[in-house]
Design a protein around this ligand. Structure first.
Ligand SMILES: Nc1ncnc2c1ncn2[C@@H]1O[C@H](COP(=O)(O)OP(=O)(O)OP(=O)(O)O)[C@@H](O)[C@H]1O
Length: 265
């Protein structure tokens, strides 16, 4: 599909706001053909922040990677913008969806600014250099996450949290319509957690669809329009923020309700 055709198609979809931008139906997920989850139905709409909560090993990352086509669906289907995932050309998908994985080593000596500028790759022609606009967007993303001062630093030489902020900045620079963020605040200090959450909420308001996982229910309470609980590879509960209560969390994480109540006292 040409870029122009793709733009026309997605612009048209956005105007009409037809259906979910991302949808899974009866999805089974796993590794090496071994199922770790099934019967997953999920819909993500434009301008919506959907938070996935679930214990360690419940399948959040596996689900994200399957939704992105990085792992094969073992059953069921994934549709992006109404079209089956396997029908999407890789490049078009890369322009539409940005993914921030849980942790990512950066083995090459890129600077933070260069890495964030890489978010623009999907907008730049095969042998072209980044334009002034590309640099501007990347600089804005660095600014938005409060890491402009790290621009010239090597990615290998910044802290894990700073690198995580740079990865979120790279996703912002990509200007994708769908963001999939795997525990985007996991190694951030309190202030940076709030900064990233605030950014996520803003993106939602701007019409970007965000699917994120978190181990902190209070983060979902801050930004989520909808919440889904994933337990042993199945969505066991879904709804608005109000589904996050002590009893539901106790059941999800297998701890006593009194322990949760004590933690929030
Ligand atoms: N590459 C792999 N090969 C085989 N099994 C895997 C692989 N990656 C993950 N798993 C298994 O799949 C299950 C789900 O893992 P996954 O990483 O999706 O969980 P998660 O909910 O993201 O966990 P966490 O909250 O700890 O990040 C786990 O049992 C895990 O051991």
């Amino acid at each position: 599909m040409s870029d122009t055709a793709f733009d026309a198609m997605t612009a048209d979809r956005h105007q009409q706001d037809t259906g979910p931008v991302l949808e899974a139906r009866g999805l089974a997920i796993g590794h090496h053909r071994k199922r770790i989850g099934e019967d997953i139905d999920l819909q993500l709409h434009r301008g919506e922040v959907l938070c996935l909560l679930g214990p360690n090993g419940s399948g959040k990352t596996t689900l994200f990677r399957t939704l992105l086509g990085l792992l094969p669906a073992l059953d069921g289907s994934v549709r992006i913008g109404g079209k089956p995932l396997p029908g999407w050309p890789r490049k078009a998908l890369a322009r539409l969806i940005a993914y921030v994985p849980q942790s990512q080593a950066v083995p090459f000596p890129f600077t933070v600014a260069q890495m964030v500028l890489m978010g623009r790759t999907v907008h730049i022609g095969p042998f072209a250099q980044p334009s002034a606009h590309d640099r501007h967007v990347a600089a804005e993303a660095l600014e938005a996450l409060g890491i402009a001062h790290l621009s010239a630093r090597a990615c290998m030489e910044v802290s894990g949290g700073e690198r995580q902020l740079a990865l979120v900045a790279r996703a912002l620079a990509q200007e994708a319509r769908v963001l999939i963020l795997d525990e985007p605040t996991s190694s951030l200090d309190f202030g940076n957690q709030l900064r990233v959450l605030e950014r996520i909420a803003t993106l939602g308001k701007r019409g970007i669809a965000v699917l994120m996982s978190t181990h902190q229910p209070e983060h979902a309470l801050r930004v989520a329009d909808r919440v889904a609980f994933l337990k042993a590879g199945r969505i066991v509960r879904r709804g608005g923020r109000e589904i996050i209560d002590a009893r539901a969390l106790a059941e999800l994480y297998g701890v006593a309700e009194s322990l949760i109540a004590a933690g929030s006292a």
